[in-house]
Design a protein around this ligand. Structure first.
Ligand code: FAD
Length: 590
């Protein structure tokens, strides 16, 4: 029932609606909920609210001309894998009206929020017409904007972003032969692959030392190799400094002096929350993000926020991903539907783990939880386990390694995990993400009863194996040296075959294959006496399996040893381009 002075709006006569019981049959709405932003978080909230409450009036205001579109699918349209752009539009205002009785208004930008008056100003982006809309509850899901670093010449018409349907349409239509993508995060990588697929000579420029900065370097090296295999030219550790506008092409100058010609430039250097509106309304923010509690409530009464524009009051970092936005939208709808009913069904919004995945050609990279940088910054004590087990039984055709790392707290807590490989990466990261959410510790991964048959996994799944290594460390049976701690002067006992050893080994190493080690312990003793001394030596192999056997043999013989985590596979990836300079070929000291 509307009780204040009505206002003329495109949707009819409106006013502030006082809430009535949800189940009371009536034609008047029991409350009005206004949603700002009609894509991931906003539309999830609106749809869930309707399912919870047939009597609410739900108005969704969307600035662009599309609602409920598949942002995550845009790069695949640019690359041509999705042919029909209509497939990216999951709903229209009409389908949403028919199915959910939502009042979805496109081309409708909210330009002002007045939390005290419980009202928003709305401007029609096509006609400029403006009107006031009051609400009982307001949900903000305005998302993020592409950040624009201070690069001279960024106003070139050849510079594109990839955030909206119109961006994707423009990129799909863009012609030429050479492209420069600035920023090698998720969207930059997807854009680079898409443009390379379309035949562009594509350069990918990243300011950080490696592509996909949230990944650890030993994982990111594999991604760089795959990008290069796709024909993408990767420049890391450099920034774009300026863009010179040309008649035929632009020229991008990098901080190392490199000049790159470009028919089109994709700016994907990160996002910033689209929160000027909320800030102007006095809603509390931190670092530009709207602060929300575990029910999605902002500092303003009856105003909720979800998605890329938010950060949890008790959380240290925002997470701009579709899953959390969708789920928070649903949770906030429950909070609103429950209001006055004692929070019957609403569940608290959990701390986001940042579980993310990306395809790079034939490779998949995925991660969950914290990375090394975040853990080091927080002063956390942890160790890292690297495994390279095959995604399925080695004897079954098509076996390929899933490179997994997990960061484990000294109390056994799984703090973060990453995986890269050609197959089976999604499953492993999802299992570990689930274990983390359930509060399982690293050794608990051993006990996970995962589906197995030779085409699908291993009787000891790669996830189980990762837990086993962590368990060995936590019980003190195994002392790991990470590739980050390995120095060129450290003594190494390399237990690979002579052939593997001669193809590349650490300079200060002794080679005794693991199958011969028990019979050649006197050689180890002589080597230790002559050149190792009191220092521990590091046992290494290709991937960590043989070195574990070797480590146990020499440790049982009383030597002071550690084991290289993940073997030379991890070390090579850690060293990246420096590997050839550090590793020695030839027989060395065998
Ligand atoms: P959005 O979904 O961005 O929706 C915000 C909407 O609010 C926009 O449509 C905007 O026009 C509207 N709006 C803003 N201000 C106003 C206003 N004042 N008035 C009216 N309307 C307004 N995430 C993944 O997890 N996996 C992926 O593979 C993935 N791929 C992606 C690929 C691309 C190209 C992009 C751009 C994003 C991708 N994401 C991915 C991120 C994911 O899309 C976002 O995390 C998610 O959409 C955030 O939801 P949101 O509701 O906060 O914002």
């Amino acid at each position: 029932m509307c009780v204040n002075a009505p206002l003329d709006t495109p949707g009819g006569i409106i006013g502030v609606c006082r809430r009535k019981p949800v189940l009371e049959p009536e034609s008047e709405p029991n409350m009005r909920v206004v949603v700002v932003g009609g894509v991931a978080g906003g539309m999830s909230a609106a749809a869930r609210l309707r399912r919870r409450d047939e009597g609410a009036e739900i108005i969704v205001l969307e600035r662009s001309k599309y609602v409920s579109f598949a942002n995550c699918g845009l790069p695949y349209y640019v690359g041509g894998e999705i042919e029909d752009p209509a497939k990216l539009l999951l709903h229209t205002p009409q389908t949403l009206k028919a199915a959910l009785n939502l009042d979805v208004r496109i081309n409708s930008e909210v330009t002002e929020i007045d939390p005290a008056a419980h009202s928003v100003q709305v401007a029609d982006t096509e006609t400029g017409e403006a009107y006031t809309l009051t609400y009982d509850h307001l949900i903000l899901s305005p998302g993020a904007l592409a950040s624009r670093p201070p690069i001279d010449g960024l106003d070139s018409p050849r510079v594109h972003t990839l955030r909206t349907v119109d961006d994707a349409l423009a990129l799909r239509e863009a012609s030429g032969t050479c492209a420069v993508v600035l920023g090698a995060g998720f969207i930059g990588i997807e854009a680079a692959e898409a443009l390379a697929q379309r035949g562009f000579d594509t350069h990918l420029v990243e300011y950080a030392e490696h592509v996909l900065p949230p990944l650890e370097v030993e994982m990111a090296t594999l991604v760089t190799q795959e990008l290069r295999a796709l024909g993408v030219r990767v420049h890391t550790g450099v920034a774009a400094q300026s863009i010179a506008h040309g008649d035929d092409r632009d020229s991008v100058t990098l901080s190392d002096g490199t000049e790159l010609s470009a028919d089109l430039i994709v700016l994907s250097t990160g996002v910033r929350p689209d929160t000027a509106l909320a800030e102007a309304a006095g809603i509390e923010t931190r670092g530009g993000y709207i602060l929300v509690d575990d029910r999605g409530r902002t500092s303003a009464g009856d105003v909720y926020a979800v998605g890329d524009a938010t950060v949890g009051r008790d959380h240290d970092r925002p997470v701009a991903l579709a899953g959390p936005a969708n789920r928070c939208g649903r949770l906030v709808a429950d909070v609103i539907a429950d209001a006055g009913h004692g929070d019957a069904t609403a569940r608290p919004i959990p701390r986001p783990q940042g579980t993310a995945i990306v395809r790079i050609g034939g490779l998949t990279a995925a991660m969950t939880g914290e990375n090394r940088q975040a853990l080091d910054a927080a002063g956390t004590r942890y160790f890292t386990v690297h495994t390279h087990a095959n995604q399925h039984a080695g004897y079954f055709p098509g076996a390929k390694p899933v490179h997994i790392l997990i960061h484990v707290g000294t109390d056994g807590q799984i703090l973060g995990a990453q995986a890269v490989g050609a197959d089976g990466v999604d499953r492993r990261i999802d299992v570990i993400a689930t274990a983390m959410r359930a509060g399982l510790k690293a050794p608990d991964l051993i006990d996970l009863d995962l589906a197995y048959a030779p085409p699908y996994g291993q009787a000891k799944d790669p996830v189980n194996q990762t837990g086993m290594v962590a368990h060995n460390v936590l019980t003190g049976e195994l002392i790991l040296t990470g590739p980050d701690a390995l120095t060129e002067d450290m003594p190494i006992l390399d237990v690979r075959t002579m052939g593997e050893y001669t193809a590349g080994h650490m300079p200060n190493s002794l080679n005794i294959p693991h199958t011969q080690l028990r019979d050649r312990l006197d050689e180890v003793r002589t080597w230790v006496d002559e050149s190792v001394g009191e220092r521990p030596f590091v046992v290494m192999c290709a991937a960590g399996v043989r070195s574990w056997i070797g480590y146990r043999i020499v440790r049982a013989a009383g030597f002071n040893v550690t084991m290289l985590s993940g073997g030379i596979q991890t070390l090579r990836a850690w060293l990246g381009a420096k590997a050839e300079a550090v590793l020695v070929t030839g027989e060395g000291r065998a």
